[in-house]
Design a protein around this ligand. Structure first.
Ligand code: TYM
Length: 335
C-alpha cells in the first residue's frame, strides 16, 4: 500500500501559464514530488467556463503539459493528466452540486470578479466552477493542495463539501488542507500592482509568461508601474516595488532584506534591470526545455495517456463508493 500522503493540484489551460502560476503554485508542485503521491492536472473542463476557441484550447492544453514538465514535473514520480480524460471529475461534480448551497457559491469572490468581466456570458458553469474543483480534489483522497492565495476560498468550499458529504452519508472523503507559500502566494500585475497577475489580463504588459522571450520580459519589467518614492523597500505603500522584490527574491533565492540592502541609495532603473535579468535567467531553462518537449508530441501523448489511466483507477474507486452511498444502482457492465 502507498503510505505517502496525497497531493492534488491543477491549472487552467486558458492561455499561457504566467510567472504568477509558477511562483504561487508550480514551483511548489515540483518540490513536493519526492515526498508525496502527487496528481497534477490540466483542468480543461474549468477552462470552458469562459469562451474558448477549440483549436486554441487544444494547443494550450498540450502547451500546458509541456510547461508543467519543463518546470520539473516528472511523470516517473507524479501522475500528470488532462481533466477531461477522466470522466469521474464531471460525474462527482454533479453529485457534489446536489449538496452545495447557492448561498455558498454566491459568496465566492472569484465568481464575483469574473462575472463582472464576462457579463455577456454569465453561464452556470462559471457559477458552479468551485464545485468541480472540489470534485477534482476529493476524488483522489487528497491531503494537501498546493495553490496560490486566490484559491483559498475555493479550498474552503472543498473542505466543507467533504465534511457535509461525510456527515450525511458516512465517511467517504479525506478533508484536504491548503498548502500556500509564505512568499509569492500572490504575484501582482506589473501594470496594476494591486491586482493579481493573471493570464487572462487584457493588458499583456501586466503579466509575464513562463516561456516568454527575454526581450519581451525585459521590456515589461522596464515598464512595470512603481511609485515616486525612489527607495527599494518591501512596503505596502509601494505595491509595485514590493511585487518586484517578491519575484526577485523567489527566483534568486536571496532574502528580501538582502536585496533591499543591495539597492540602498540606488534608483529604480538599476533595480528593474537586474530584476529583469533574474527573471530571464530564472526562466531560461524552463523555456529551453519547453521548446524541446514540444518537438516530441508522441512523448507528450504518452505522458498524458498513462497519466489518465493511473488517475482513472483511483478516481473510479472513489466515485463507485459515492454512487453507492447516494443510492445509485451499481452498473453491471465493466468499465
Ligand atoms: P489557475 O489556472 O488560475 O492558476 C493555477 C495556479 O496558479 C496560482 N496562481 C497564482 N499564484 C500566485 N500569484 C498569482 N498571480 C497567481 N495566479 C494564479 C493559483 O492559485 C493556482 O494554484 N481553479 C484553479 C485550477 C484548479 C485547481 C483544482 C487547483 C481546478 N481544480 C484543484 C487546485 C486543485 C485555477 O483556476 O487556477
Amino acid at each position: 500500500m502507498d503510505e505517502k500522503k496525497v497531493i492534488f493540484s491543477g491549472a487552467q489551460p486558458s492561455g499561457k501559464l504566467t510567472l504568477g502560476n509558477y511562483l504561487g503554485a508550480l514551483k511548489n508542485w515540483v518540490a513536493l514530488q519526492d515526498e508525496y503521491n502527487c496528481y497534477y492536472c490540466i483542468v480543461d473542463l474549468h477552462a470552458i467556463t469562459v469562451p474558448q476557441e477549440a483549436k486554441v484550447l487544444r494547443k494550450n492544453t498540450i502547451d500546458a503539459l509541456a510547461q508543467y514538465m519543463a518546470c520539473g514535473l516528472d511523470p516517473e514520480k507524479s501522475t500528470i493528466f488532462i481533466q477531461s480524460h477522466v470522466s469521474a471529475h464531471a460525474e462527482l461534480n454533479w453529485v457534489l452540486n446536489a449538496i452545495t448551497y447557492m448561498g455558498e457559491l454566491n459568496r465566492m469572490t472569484q465568481f464575483k470578479e469574473k462575472s463582472k468581466k464576462n457579463e455577456a456570458n454569465l453561464n452556470g458553469a462559471l457559477f458552479t466552477y468551485p464545485v468541480l474543483m472540489a470534485a477534482d480534489i476529493l476524488l483522489y483522497q487528497t491531503d494537501l493542495v498546493p495553490v496560490g492565495e486566490d484559491q483559498k476560498q475555493h479550498l474552503e468550499l472543498a473542505r466543507n463539501l467533504a465534511q457535509r458529504f461525510n456527515n450525511r452519508y458516512s465517511d467517504t472523503f479525506k478533508v484536504p488542507d491548503p498548502y500556500i507559500p509564505k512568499v509569492g502566494a500572490r504575484i501582482m500585475s506589473l501594470q496594476e500592482p494591486t491586482k493579481k497577475m493573471s493570464k487572462s489580463d487584457e493588458n499583456v504588459n501586466g503579466f509575464i509568461g513562463l516561456v516568454e522571450d527575454a526581450d519581451s520580459i525585459a521590456r515589461k519589467v522596464k515598464r512595470a508601474v512603481t511609485d515616486s518614492l525612489g527607495v527599494v523597500k518591501y512596503s505596502d505603500e509601494q505595491p509595485g516595488i514590493k511585487n518586484l522584490l517578491t519575484i526577485y527574491s523567489k527566483l534568486s533565492g536571496k532574502s528580501v532584506e538582502e536585496i533591499e540592502s543591495m539597492y540602498e541609495g540606488k534608483g529604480y532603473g538599476e533595480f528593474k534591470q537586474d530584476t529583469a535579468e533574474v527573471i530571464v535567467e530564472g526562466l531560461r531553462p524552463i523555456r529551453e526545455k519547453y521548446e524541446d518537449l514540444l518537438k516530441n508530441k508522441d512523448y507528450l501523448e504518452n505522458i498524458y495517456a498513462e497519466g489518465a489511466e493511473k488517475a482513472e483507477r483511483v478516481a473510479r474507486k472513489t466515485l463507485r463508493k459515492v454512487y453507492k452511498k447516494v443510492g445509485f444502482v451499481p452498473r453491471k457492465f465493466i468499465y
